[in-house]
Design a binder for this molecule. Structure first.
Ligand SMILES: Cc1ncc(COP(=O)(O)O)c(C=O)c1O
Length: 488
C-alpha cells in the first residue's frame, strides 16, 4: 500500500460493501470526527491518494468528502487540501471499547488492590513516600549521554539480548560491588524495568500456583501483589526492631521477600544475627530469599551491614535493586543479581515478558557509572536528603514531641512514626492533614494484619524550607476535632 503524503492523517477506513462504498467512507470519517480520532485542523489525504489506497474510484472518495463538507465537518482550503472543520464537537469521552462484561479476570485479580492513583494536584506540603526529587536529577549529564546513544550510527540492528546491554550489566555489577559489596559479574546481572519487574520475573521462575511466599508485615504491597498475581499464597511474618522475625517463618514457604537494608516501611535494618539466621533457615528449608535493596544508597548514619547476597555462600539469594530512588522512577531502570542456577530461566522470562529493556537508557546508565558520575551524584543528593531528614527531626521534636514514636531513620527517603495513642484514628489524621494541605502516608495499607496506627513521612520531594510548617500542620491534624474530644 502506498504511503500517504506527509502531513495528512492516516485514518483506518475499511470498505467492503459493494454499492455502498461512498456511504461507508462518509459514515466512517464522520464517526472518526465525532469520537475525536480526527481532530479540528487535521488534514485529510487528497482524494486521489485515499482512493488509490482504498482501491476505489476517486469519485467515491470525492462524494464522501463533499457530503461531509456540506454538513460542516470538513473544509477545503484552496490549493492546500481538505481539513476537519473547527468547532465540530467531538464526543467528550472519545471512543471506548464495548462495555459488556463478558470477559472477567481470574480470581487473583478481582481482589488485587488498584494501583495508587496520583493526586489530582500535589499537596503544598508533600511528604509522599518513595519519590526522589526530580530537581536533583543530573538532567544535563543524562540528556547528553542519551542523545549520544540516539545518534543513528550507534544504533544496533535487531533486538539486543533480553538480559540487557553487556556493558550496562558490567557497569551495574561494578557499581554494586563497590557501593554495596554485592558479589557479581556482568553475567549474574539482569536489567529489568524497575525492581518491580525483577520481583515478577523471580516469581515466575520460582513459584507455582499455590506456593507459599513469606513477606514482612508490614511490608511492600507491590511485592505481595506480584507474587499473588502468579497464584502464590502470601504468608505475613511479623517484624521487630531487628527486622524480619526469622523464628516466625513457617517451614513450608518456597520464597521469602525481605528489605534488610531499610525495612519497608518501618525503616530498621535487619541485624547481622537475623541475617545469618535467615540464611541458615533457608539452607534448612530450601526456600529462596529475595533481598530488595531498593534505597540503600541513602545511608545517613551507622555502618551499612553486608547484604544477604554477600553473606550467602550457597546461591540462595536473589538480590533486587533499583535506580528509581537514585535517579528517577520514570526511567524504569532496575536490576537483579541471581545465582547462576537461575540465570537462564530468568533470561527466558525476561524475553517473554518484554523482549528487553530500553537499550539507549541502559547504555547511558553504563556511561554514568563508568565516568564516576553516578557515585558523585549519590554523594551530592545524600547531602540534600540528609539536610531534609535533619530538618524533619527538628520539626518533629518541636511540634510532635510525645505524640508520636519515631522509628529508625538512618537511611532512605522516608521516616515512619507510630502514633503514641495506640487507639488513635490513623485514617482520620491523614484526612485532616490532607485538608490542611499536608500529604502523609498512612501505615495501614502496608499491614496484612491490623497494626499499630502511624504514618510515614517522605522527604524526597518536599523542599527543606517547607518541612517545619508541614509538620506544624500535621500536629494540628493529630488533634481530634472538638466534638470528638468533648465526648471522650
Ligand atoms: C520496597 C521497595 N522496593 C522497590 C521499590 C522500587 O521500585 P521500582 O524500581 O519498581 O520503581 C520501592 C519504591 O518505592 C520500594 O519502596
Amino acid at each position: 500500500m502506498d504511503p500517504l503524503p506527509s502531513g495528512s492523517v492516516d485514518l483506518h477506513v475499511s470498505l467492503h460493501r459493494r454499492g455502498r462504498l461512498a456511504a461507508d467512507a462518509y459514515r466512517q470519517l464522520r464517526e472518526a470526527i465525532l469520537d475525536g480520532r480526527l481532530r479540528a485542523g487535521d488534514r485529510l489525504p487528497a482524494t486521489r491518494d485515499l482512493a488509490r489506497r482504498l482501491d476505489v474510484s476517486r469519485n467515491t472518495v470525492l462524494h464522501a468528502y463533499q457530503r461531509l463538507a456540506a454538513e460542516g465537518y470538513l473544509v477545503g482550503r484552496a490549493g492546500a487540501g481538505t481539513y476537519v472543520a473547527e468547532g465540530v464537537r467531538a464526543g467528550a469521552a472519545g471512543r471506548r471499547a464495548p462495555v459488556g462484561a463478558a470477559l472477567q479476570p481470574r480470581a487473583a485479580w478481582a481482589s488485587m488492590p488498584p494501583p495508587p492513583a496520583p493526586p489530582p494536584r500535589p499537596a503544598p506540603y508533600d511528604f509522599q513516600v518513595g519519590a526522589p526529587d526530580p530537581a536533583l536529577f543530573p538532567w544535563d549529564a543524562w540528556r547528553w549521554r542519551v542523545s549520544r546513544q540516539l545518534r543513528g550510527r550507534r544504533a544496533r540492528a535487531g533486538y539486543p539480548p533480553p538480559e540487557g546491554d553487556p556493558g550496562a550489566r558490567a557497569a551495574v555489577a561494578r557499581h554494586l560491588g563497590v557501593a554495596r559489596s554485592v558479589r557479581a559479574g556482568a553475567e549474574d546481572v539482569i536489567l529489568t524495568s524497575g525492581a518491580q519487574q525483577a520481583l515478577d520475573l523471580v516469581g515466575r521462575v520460582l513459584l507455582a500456583p499455590g506456593d507459599r511466599v513469606a513477606l514482612e508485615d508490614p511490608g511492600y504491597p507491590p511485592a505481595r501483589g506480584a507474587f499473588e498475581a502468579l497464584g502464590a499464597r502470601a504468608v505475613p511474618v511479623r517484624v521487630d526492631a531487628e527486622g524480619l522475625v526469622v523464628e516466625a517463618l513457617p517451614a513450608d514457604v518456597r520464597l521469602v521477600y525481605v528489605t534488610p537494608s531499610h525495612q519497608f516501611p518501618l525503616g530498621m535494618p535487619m541485624s547481622l544475627r537475623r541475617r545469618q539466621a535467615l540464611l541458615a533457615w533457608s539452607e534448612r528449608t530450601g526456600a529462596a530469599i529475595v533481598e530488595d535493596d531498593y534505597d540503600s544508597e541513602f545511608r545517613f548514619d551507622g555502618r551499612p551491614l553486608e547484604p544477604l547476597q554477600a553473606l550467602d555462600r550457597q546461591g540462595r539469594v536473589v538480590y533486587v535493586g533499583s535506580l528509581s530512588k537514585v535517579l528517577l522512577p520514570t526511567l524504569r531502570l532496575g536490576f537483579l543479581v541471581a545465582p547462576a542456577s537461575l540465570v537462564p530461566a530468568l533470561r527466558a522470562a525476561k524475553a517473554l515478558a518484554d523482549s528487553h529493556g530500553p537499550l539507549e537508557l541502559q547504555r547511558a546508565l553504563a556511561e554514568l557509572v563508568d565516568d564516576g558520575l553516578l557515585a558523585r551524584h549519590v554523594r551530592r543528593v545524600l547531602r540534600v536528603y540528609r539536610e531534609r531528614r535533619d530538618r524533619l527531626a527538628a520539626a518533629v521534636e518541636r511540634h510532635l514531641a510525645g505524640r508520636v514514636i519515631a522509628l529508625p531513620a538512618s537511611a532512605g527517603l522516608h521516616w515512619s512514626f507510630l502514633l503514641a495513642d495506640a487507639g488513635a484514628d490513623e485514617a482520620g489524621v491523614v484526612r485532616r492533614a490532607q485538608a490542611l494541605g499536608v500529604a502523609v502516608q498512612p501505615l495501614a495499607p502496608y499491614h496484612a494484619r491490623p497494626g499499630r496506627p502511624g504514618f510515614a513521612l517522605g522527604y524526597g520531594i518536599i523542599p527543606a524550607a517547607r518541612i517545619d510548617e508541614g509538620v506544624r500542620r500535621l500536629a494540628a491534624a493529630l488533634e481530634p476535632p472538638p466534638a470528638v474530644r468533648a465526648r471522650r
